[in-house]
Write a protein that binds this ligand. Structure first.
Ligand code: ARG
Length: 579
């Protein structure tokens, strides 16, 4: 089968049939095979006739008839015309059963690995140093982590980089404040001190012109490598990194010190980056600053929008660093796909940066950049999530609360003890926060709602975790191990529906991966768990009529658990075997 994708395999058969009947060459993917909606009396629908009819100048019905007349393979039970332009297709039970049984011996559950791995570099997490990480960085970490896992599983090469905000204007202000307050660099401030410290520095920066000027020259000293300044700066960075590590550990995302490529990392590349832009004639001086005006970007008044690549005072900013970043990863590291998991408010920034990089020749048909944007997390009041005092919610507090709340949910249901229960509370709590973030279209805002994310019914991770644990306990009770050669029989509708669902895994995974859309995998998981539950209600497993049926049903149960566990793992969520 074509990489285990039933729809694509069917497309291949339809393409063969079109070649035979009408001598048309068409790629399997262009045959527009879609799973038929629930309640339909077919498994798949083929929608190619309308578009192909137009292309060939023939009535769609003729194409439909040609497909129906020639589509005759072991794979298909029957194909019939539906309306003027569609073909309804029902798969053959034995074929379906054989494909399902094949999954038992396939540790990738039918999902193909890339023939030619692509080199990705993904920017995610990316919090700011000397500030407590907040929920705004939560989404980037969670979505980015899922994208990394999906691309990894697809067989690509993925380099993670955490674009820490560890450079630039805020540091001038922070270091200058540190000097004013007379702190020694080795005071060992904790991060919560730094939060208050940041706010004090900010206030002074906004109110006091002389301080603001000093802060700005301090930035230049920092960027120029002044050693005394660097000592203070390193202190701030180290403290923050300790804090980030704690959050990543708690969250279980794959970001570590080896992935830190903060803004400071690109400092040595900034001058060359700007020089290259200048040499290519892409810069203009505007109000004393060196700017690039990427074509096509204007404000409401119709004025062209600049990317400031070198400020009037000689300093470099956020945009300069991002230009240098693209240049570094594509030119020095041979990366061909750059991904940025950053909130949607920065969409225009990235569009402008990418456009400028195209002009500079750092991005082209072989070197592409994609902004994977996302909406905000809203609180109960519909506004971006904050605590009552109006201070941004701290991520560590939020995650600890998730685990505490999950512990209550677990305690009410579990007969497990102490350590096991704590481990499961963590898997459930962190899973709930992640799943709530991943299960809806990332471009949209979502409301943070503890009760909903920890609900035992509905599209939640805890529902899926319990469903999986239940499947595994049935298998355990059977006391018989499902082998890779266990024959599968699909004689009851609910068995067949479950098999069809399980066989959709490769296609769903492929879409979720290529579209950076983990929510599509979530929807599928929820449907799979629901399909299993229908199956379980109507098809006794342990008390099946015969041994053969019992084994076949156990095989379906085992595949269900494998699909759930594998998919949750790809979302960065644990699936405890016992709960
Ligand atoms: N540190 C930035 C922020 O908190 C996000 C950085 C995103 N990555 C980038 N290459 N600009 O808003």
């Amino acid at each position: 089968m074509l990489g285990g994708d039933v729809g694509l395999e069917l497309g291949l058969r339809v393409a063969e049939s079109l070649k035979a009947a009408l001598d048309v060459d068409i790629a399997p993917a262009e045959t527009l095979i879609r799973p038929a909606g629930t309640g339909r009396d077919a498994d798949f629908q083929c929608n190619v006739a309308m578009s192909l009819g137009k292309r060939l100048g023939r009535p769609p019905r003729e194409i439909v008839d040609a497909i129906v007349a020639t589509l005759d393979t072991d794979m298909i039970e029957y194909a019939e015309a539906a309306g003027p332009g569609f073909v309804n297709i029902t798969l053959n039970d034995d074929w379906l059963a054989a494909q399902t049984a094949r999954l038992l011996g396939d540790d990738r559950l039918g999902a193909p690995a890339a023939d030619i791995p692509i080199r990705y570099a993904i920017d995610y997490g990316s919090p700011n140093v000397a500030k407590e990480m907040h929920v705004g960085h939560l989404r980037s970490s969670i979505i980015g982590d899922a994208v990394v896992r999906l691309l990894d599983f697809a067989g690509h090469e993925v380099v993670r980089h955490n674009h820490l905000g560890d450079w630039g204007t805020p540091f001038g202000m922070l270091i200058e404040h540190l000097v004013d307050e007379g702190h020694a660099a080795t005071d060992g401030h904790s991060i919560s001190d730094l939060n208050g410290f940041y706010q004090a520095a900010r206030k002074k920066f906004d109110a006091d012109q002389e301080f603001a000027d000093r802060a700005r020259s301090r930035v230049v000293a920092l960027q120029g490598g002044d050693e005394a300044t660097l000592v203070l700066w390193r202190e701030l960075v180290a403290e923050s990194e300790r804090h980030f590590a704690k959050v990543y550990e708690l969250l279980g995302v794959k970001l570590g010190p080896q992935d830190y490529y903060g803004e400071s990392f690109y400092n040595p590349y900034l001058a060359d980056t700007v020089a290259e832009l200048e040499a290519k004639g892409l810069t203009e001086i505007s109000e004393g600053a060196v700017c690039v005006f990427p074509p096509g970007f204007v404000n409401r008044e119709g004025d062209r929008l600049p990317l400031i690549v070198r400020k009037t005072d000689g300093g470099y900013g956020y945009a300069s660093t991002d230009l240098a970043t693209v240049r570094y990863w594509t030119r020095d590291r041979g990366v061909t796909e750059l991904l940025y998991v950053v909130g949607s408010p920065q969409a225009q920034h990235f569009a402008m940066v990418f456009r400028a990089c195209e002009s500079a020749g750092w991005l082209d048909a072989e070197h592409r950049a994609t902004h994977i944007g996302f909406g905000s997390i809203l609180g109960e009041d519909g506004k971006p999530l904050r605590t009552r005092a109006g201070v941004t919610v701290k991520l560590v507090d939020l995650l600890r609360e998730a685990i505490d709340r999950a512990a209550l949910v677990v305690a009410a249901r579990s007969d497990l003890s102490g350590a096991d229960r704590a481990r499961i509370a963590r898997a459930v709590g962190i899973g709930a926060v992640k799943y709530a973030d991943l299960c809806a279209d990332r471009e949209k805002d979502y409301s943070f709602d503890w009760d909903r994310m920890l609900a035992l019914e509905g599209n939640t991770s805890v529902y899926l975790q319990y469903a999986n644990a239940r499947v595994l306990s049935v298998i355990a009770r059977a006391g018989w191990a499902v082998g890779p050669d266990t024959p599968v029989h699909l004689s009851v509708a609910a068995e067949r529906a479950l098999a069809l669902k399980l066989l959709q895994f490769p296609a769903v995974l492929s879409v979720a991966t290529t579209e950076f859309a983990p929510h599509k995998l979530c929807t599928y998981l929820y449907e799979t768990a629901a399909t299993f539950s229908n199956f379980y209600e109507s098809c006794p497993i342990l008390k099946a009529p015969t041994d053969e049926v019992r084994r076949s049903r156990l095989a379906l149960a085992q595949l269900t658990s494998r699909v759930l566990t594998q998919s949750l793992a790809l979302l960065g969520i644990e699936a405890p075997a016992r709960m």
